[in-house]
Design a protein around this ligand. Sequence first.
Ligand SMILES: Cc1cc2nc3c(=O)[nH]c(=O)nc-3n(C[C@H](O)[C@H](O)[C@H](O)COP(=O)(O)OP(=O)(O)OC[C@H]3O[C@@H](n4cnc5c(N)ncnc54)[C@H](O)[C@@H]3O)c2cc1C
Length: 468
Amino acid sequence: MNDRLLKTLKGITNGHARASQADLLAYSYDGTPGFQAMPDAVVSPGSAEEVSEIVRFCRSEGIPIVPRGSGTNLSAGTTPTAGGVVLLFNRMNQILEIDEENLTVTVQPGVITKDLIDAVEMRGLFYPPDPSSMKISTIGGNISENSGGLRGLKYGVTKDYVLGLEAVMPDGSVIKTGGKLAKDVAGYDLTKLLTGAEGTLGVITEATLKLIPMPSSKKTMLAQFAAMDQAAEAVSAIIENRIIPATLEFMDRATIRAVEDFAKVGLPLEAEAILLIEQDGAEAAVNDEMKLMKEICEKQGAFSVELAKTAEEANNLMTARRSALSALARLKPTTILEDATVPRSKVAEMVEAITKIAAKHQVTICTFGHAGDGNLHPTCITDARNTEEMHRVEAAFEEIFKEAIRLGGTITGEHGVGEMKAPYLEWKLGASGINVMKLIKQSLDPDNIMNPNKIFGKSEKKRVVVGR
Ligand SMILES: Cc1cc2nc3c(=O)[nH]c(=O)nc-3n(C[C@H](O)[C@H](O)[C@H](O)COP(=O)(O)OP(=O)(O)OC[C@H]3O[C@@H](n4cnc5c(N)ncnc54)[C@H](O)[C@@H]3O)c2cc1C
């Protein structure tokens, strides 16, 4: 970036623009293995007005903009593969208002998810979306990826809590969508359009989110199975019995071992699969449903079903599940976590298919995930330096995505398309579906400055390639 451009960005942001090699390198990659590209500058705006000025300036100069929260996305959503300006929100990280009357919270995009959850919890309120990355991820990133979490089955995902947004559009104009209203059908639903847009349609500068009352009681249970299909059948049976648990998580044997080695919470090393089940609500109903789910698990072959005896024990179990990726990442130099999603009735079939596909391509894939949502995380532990193995990994994931689609599922349940999954998008949407999305993108961002190469990128499945 030449001095004139950098000077302008510094001028807009009161000095918060940088372009040292160290800064550029630090923002050249995100949570996605195998993707890296250097930006030209890193800029931290302090307000929507500054974002608007930056966007107008970048548009006039044809400079791409990559909005970035904490960079924890797993789909190469923030790798600046067209160069340009990485926009950070570390100066826009305030919880602006917790409105207890309307049950809403208004935040800036850089607020850390867990900080928001904790802040509203202190008022007896509940913000359910809880991606496993919540201690690091930002609300702006969660909204832009429409992130889910462990509580998705009962409580839905981020989009179910976004009531209103303030956003800077690619022409620099600032729009406000929705608000604190429980009902608002005035025109197209722009709130939903911007949610999950992966930073390709504009920059979110403020969000108003829905809160709900904190459930009065919560219980956690661990069910152990000697066979993977028994656990998957138990998931279907629980839902068939009209129970919607707050959490219904699944881990296979390899994941259990890695997590136990990492978190040491006493997970059963002899189990082939476990289900981690949580229910919340009124105490009597929670007790009844936990009892019924225990019976269902036992009927499906669980050899042990134990309720957590203390809040600490329950918390340890949930933390252990949330650390699955970190635990697996210790086993080999490269960890690739995917999120093929199928209708929940097909979980057993999908788990079996993943096992067969991994064996066929001779790669190690551990599987865990939000079984109740049908959202599985087949996770390959490998070594990106071994190009031959990486090609087999790629082939295995390609088959896994195809199988998910064949079973009525999708190529991503929560991680977004980014650049990494762009080559597979047509399998899910078809050419006509992609065309509609492209028309929206082109009409809002004709110069393609907002996070280019994402969602519709020309990426050639290049998990094995590093560099721009
Ligand atoms: C250990 C681990 C566990 C994870 N667990 C989960 C999980 O359980 N569920 C889940 O859904 N995901 C999970 N993820 C993926 C990731 O954490 C989520 O996608 C998260 O929402 C990203 O937040 P972020 O702040 O890091 O955003 P980033 O990664 O920085 O950005 C994500 C996307 O949002 C865009 N963006 C960011 N801020 C803005 C803004 N203000 N305006 C417009 N666009 C913006 C970016 O351009 C990018 O496209 C996990 C990742 C890791 C590493």
